[in-house]
Design a protein around this ligand. Structure first.
Ligand code: GLA
Length: 383
């Protein structure tokens, strides 16, 4: 994470006022991909890449947002804040303000500086981190404070309604509610959750394929539509099935013939993935590393072959990790089509694992990957 003291002096130098500082982490998903919008289970952890938001009041009727990452400032009148996206980095903080305003809060004149180190477009939820940090920061001035799950839902609405990305609840939820040294098994139906400790001798090794990923791109939406199409076919026979969460592999066996081949495969991924996720949480709680690794491998190939959301680079990154000393489990993490793999690795082997995986990946793909040794971190908070 970037140094909050640096953001403090940066904000002070630009706006002449000492800011209050908030932080919201990115996330890595250990297992449970595209299951959130099917009301199934996911098991992410917050990580030590994060977005910092510094905030202070103004007296001139303006909302001024500065991004240190983009080295750019945007200025708005408080009574003329944008009501929709403009495909600009400021969509995320502005989306959060629009949702807060819609909830009846007055957005006061403010200076907001944002600085994050979550790698962009890598499937580590840089956008959720910005939304959640902004929600805490602006909320603190607007007198809006919410319990973690509610805050996550509001940030998801900013993403869905303002930014225009039809994503699920996972990223905002874990950024708002993550727990240091724990993964979180989330039931995306009712937002109840269970924490599973990550043993102290296990590291989260996050390997960036350097292939860019975007949730706003068409592939995410296409997959979501196919998942919903699979659900609609089952619902014709079993009207109580509202989401694939309610469906079983037997349902697919009976009525899969009425689906397009794509919908059938997507459905198979979602239904099996949700079951795997619950089993993986159980394995983590029992510290059954062999079973956890097996489930992660199964999840990766289901994501790659049935959901067709992987890419050659991510498949190679997972394959090349398999026989390295210390590996517990590896899979592509996040929305898919590039981004990072998550590797659970025994800590004593983590440094060597990183070096050898980087070497092997570069030899096969011709791109130098960025590989990070991360830890499960605490969710969003004031510093
Ligand atoms: C993105 C979305 C999440 C989730 C994942 C896939 O990160 O924002 O809601 O659907 O993809 O698991």
């Amino acid at each position: 994470m970037h140094d909050p003291a640096e953001l403090r002096s940066l904000h002070q130098a630009r706006f002449g006022v000492e800011p209050a500082i908030f932080v919201a982490p990115g996330r890595v998903n250990l297992i449970g991909e595209h299951t959130d919008y099917a009301e199934g289970f996911v098991m992410p952890a917050a990580i030590d890449f994060a977005t910092l938001a510094g905030i202070s009041p103004r007296t001139d009727g303006k909302v001024v947002i500065y991004s240190e990452n983009y080295q750019e400032e945007r200025v708005f009148d408080t009574d003329a804040l944008p009501k929709m996206h403009s495909r600009h980095w400021s969509d995320y903080p502005l989306g959060v303000m629009a949702i807060l305003a819609g909830e009846g809060h007055t957005i006061p004149p403010l200076s907001l500086s944002i600085w994050g180190d979550v790698p962009l477009g890598s499937g580590l939820s840089s956008s959720a981190a910005i939304e959640v940090a902004t929600m805490l920061a602006v909320g603190s001035l607007a007198g809006a404070s919410y319990p973690g799950p509610v805050l996550a839902r509001l940030c998801q609405r900013a993403e869905n309604e303002f930014v225009g990305a039809n994503a699920g609840i996972m990223d905002q939820f874990i950024s708002a509610n993550g727990k240091k040294d724990h993964a979180l098994l989330l039931d995306c139906r009712d937002l109840s959750y269970k924490l599973a400790p990550i043993p102290p001798d296990v590291e989260l090794v996050i390997a960036n394929t350097m292939v860019k990923h975007a949730v706003t791109g068409g592939e995410y939406a296409t997959r979501r539509a196919e998942v919903e199409a699979a659900c609609a076919v089952i619902a014709r026979h079993r009207p109580e099935v509202k989401f694939l969460r309610d469906a079983t592999l037997d349902d697919l066996a009976r009525w899969g013939g009425e689906m397009t081949p794509e919908a059938l495969k997507r459905g198979r991924h979602i239904i099996s993935e949700s079951l795997r996720t619950v089993a993986a949480a159980d394995a983590l709680l029992r510290n059954d590393r062999k079973e956890l690794g097996r489930l992660m491998a199964e999840a990766h190939w289901s994501y790659s072959r049935d959901f067709e959301a992987s890419c050659i680079e991510a498949d190679v990154m997972v394959e090349q990790a398999q026989d390295l000393p210390g590996l517990i489990g590896a899979r592509l993490t996040g929305g898919g089509f590039g981004g990072c793999t998550v590797n659970l690795v025994e800590a004593i082997h983590a440094a060597e694992f990183r070096a050898r995986l980087a070497e092997r990946y570069e030899a096969k793909i011709g791109i130098k990957p960025e590989i990070h040794l991360c830890h499960a971190s605490e969710g969003a908070r004031k510093l």
